[in-house]
Design a binder for this molecule. Structure first.
Ligand code: F6R
Length: 608
């Protein structure tokens, strides 16, 4: 949802900003721009389109200077256009701003500024910020930014430069992510760590309403009251190459292939034979767990789909009632929350605005919150009571893959942890599930070996306009994820349906040649699923079926079959989803879509 970056230092700002933006493009890619101070003036270059277009322009007309800000946009207010691209500036061009978030009261502020004689050139909410800073500027940029942001309602991470103070960048966040980095004679701000990782690993995770001033001497942090704050400087240990394609054509494929390792890493020192599940990061006590009467799992998109699997396994193993909610709906339905409620939020980025809002709502009502996230230091991780990291490594492709499978692993670990603490599972059953879990990395590798089947299927079906995914129980949850993957990267309309539900209406859409992916991996639901498959094949559907090895009779019921290994049924979603990810990937490639950056989407949705 827009990426911002700011730099002050000894190097030319242009290359640092462009490199940083290239690592943030996953956040939005409608347009891009930079504003660079050459010591006296601010020069702005911005345009609609991908970062590559901006780079092309900058190659022809480079901007000199060692202080600057940059932006890559996911449009909210105002269509993607050169004019609506960031940075936005005041009329004289002495103040420039990049912004990630939404200014909710911008209409009112705009009217007020117009009444004071300010003129606007874009349709964005952001443009009120440089004018407000201009209005309050009286020789102190930090003070002006503080006064301007005090007027803002909504969410923002902003970076500001001013030609009257040509050696600094001022930045601040509220409900949008922002980190600051310190290098040798240089300083950075960015929406996310990868943007600066090639320059420094020493990072401050900023909290809401913390203001930073970057200069070549480093980073100073101030509270909204103007008091200097001493914060912990964190050393990031990630592998910078983890955010590179590594020879794969797309990040998505690389990340699909990383799943065996990501699954293994997420289980390390947590899942071990002959030992209870160890979740050292979780401080919730046995007594607290015993008092829990209800769990809410709240998330968005793919993470929500992982939550649906979570509901199934927690209820099954730990016998605690679980409700799963889409985060954007949760807050507005006045949910019943008290101190006997446990909330689990799932968020790859840890920055999704709706998920964060749900987390905060739960805390206000006294619930304990466990966060499952992939990003160390993310807002969700800092605001939850307990954090469980999925050790998937940076996920760059907009379509989530390895985050999903590691979220599933984390749900299994949590379910087993709850079950062992509440004595709702026998040692033997827990041992058997753990042993199967430990085999998942190798099994996942085997699933990847079936990629040619999916490639072939995609080459025959990519031109279809609609597709259906059917499943029952856990297979239904996986069907939802398969359908979302297909939609988001191949733009093929698809729906996921519970096998038994189809005949209550949607079966009217099945006709000769309709493509159906039918998941029938769950032993107790297999026969029922076969009946559902017959209901669609008799109406002309072409079916790609999924089942476990040994169920060869399925070959008679469908057009082609893909087998998953026989392991504990509750773990099968981790494996079944892999071919569905591959299917979506090949469909997208066949159609010539932009796999890693599908239209209209952004990786991290930091606005409501
Ligand atoms: C789909 C996808 C999105 C995210 C959703 C939540 O492939 O990536 O549906 O799952 O936007 O994002 P996080 O997990 O970062 O909260």
């Amino acid at each position: 949802m827009c990426g911002i970056v700011g730099y002050v230092g000894k190097n030319q700002a242009q290359s640092v900003l462009i490199e940083g933006l290239s690592k943030l493009e996953y956040r939005g890619y409608d347009s891009a721009g930079v504003a660079i101070l050459d010591g006296e003036r601010i020069n702005v270059m911005k345009c609609k389109g991908r970062l590559a277009k901006l780079e092309e322009k900058l190659n022809k007309e480079p901007l000199e200077g060692r202080v600057g800000i940059g932006h890559t946009r996911w449009a909210t207010h105002g269509e993607p256009s050169d004019m609506n691209s960031h940075p936005h500036s005041n009329y004289e061009g002495t103040i420039s701003v990049v912004h990630n978030g939404i200014i909710e009261n911008y209409v009112h502020l705009r009217e007020w500024l117009v009444s004071k004689g300010y003129r606007f050139v874009s349709d964005t909410d952001t443009e009120v910020i440089p004018h407000l800073v201009d209005y309050y500027y009286d020789g102190d940029l930090l003070d002006a930014v503080m006064k301007a942001t005090a007027k803002l309602e909504g969410s923002y991470a902003i970076g500001v430069i001013c030609s009257k103070e040509p050696d600094k960048v001022v930045a601040v966040r509220k409900d949008s992510p922002l980190i600051a980095g310190v290098g040798d004679g240089e300083a950075f701000v960015a929406s996310d760590v990868p943007a600066i990782l090639n320059h420094t690993r020493d990072v401050y995770y900023l909290d809401d309403k913390e203001f930073v001033v970057l200069s070549k001497d480093g980073v100073e942090i101030y509270s909204a009251e103007g008091e200097k704050i001493e914060k912990k400087l964190n050393h990031v240990t990630w592998d910078a190459n983890a955010a590179e394609k590594d020879g794969f054509e797309h990040f998505m494929m690389k990340e699909i292939y990383e799943q065996p390792k990501a699954i293994r890493d997420t289980m390390i020192s947590r899942v071990m034979p002959n030992e209870p599940i160890k979740l050292d990061d979780i401080k919730i006590t046995k007594e607290q767990l015993e008092s829990i009467q209800k769990i809410y799992i709240v998330a968005c998109g793919t993470a929500y789909h992982a939550g649906i699997v979570g509901k199934y396994v927690i209820e099954r193993l730990a016998r605690i009632p679980v409700e799963v909610d889409i985060a954007s709906e949760f807050r507005y339905r006045n949910p019943i929350i008290d101190n006997k409620t446990l909330m689990i939020v799932i968020s790859q980025s840890g920055e999704t605005a709706d998920t964060l809002a749900a987390l905060r709502e739960a805390k206000v009502h006294g619930a304990r919150v466990i966060a499952i996230t992939n990003v160390v230091g993310s807002t969700v991780s800092r605001e939850a009571d307990d954090v469980l990291y999925t050790w998937a490594g940076p996920e760059i492709a907009v379509a989530s893959t390895k985050a999903y499978t590691t979220q599933l692993i984390t749900m299994y670990m949590l379910a087993l942890f709850f079950a062992q603490n509440r004595n709702t599972i026998t040692k033997e059953e827990a041992e058997s599930i753990k042993n199967d879990m430990l085999e998942l990395p190798e099994r996942a590798k085997k699933m990847l070996e079936q990629k040619e089947v999916l490639q072939k299927f995609a080459s025959k079906t990519y031109m279809y306009k609609d597709m259906f995914f059917l499943g029952r129980g856990l297979d239904y949850a996986v069907a939802m994820e398969g359908s979302l993957k297909l939609k988001e990267i191949s733009y093929i309309h698809s729906e996921a349906y519970a096998g038994g539900e189809l005949k209550h209406g949607t079966i009217a859409l099945i006709e000769d040649g309709t493509i159906v992916v039918a998941l029938a991996t769950q032993t107790d639901l297999y026969e029922k699923m076969i009946s559902n498959i017959r209901e669609v094949t008799t109406r002309g559907a072409k079916v790609l079926g999924f089942t476990v090895e040994g169920n060869t009779d399925m070959e008679k019921a469908v057009d082609s079959v893909l087998y998953v290994p026989k392991i504990n049924n509750i773990l099968l979603p981790v494996l079944t989803v892999i071919p569905l990810q591959l299917l979506a990937y090949y469909m997208s490639v066949q159609k010539g879509c932009d796999v890693d950056k599908p239209r209209n989407l952004a990786k991290s949705v930091t606005v409501e």
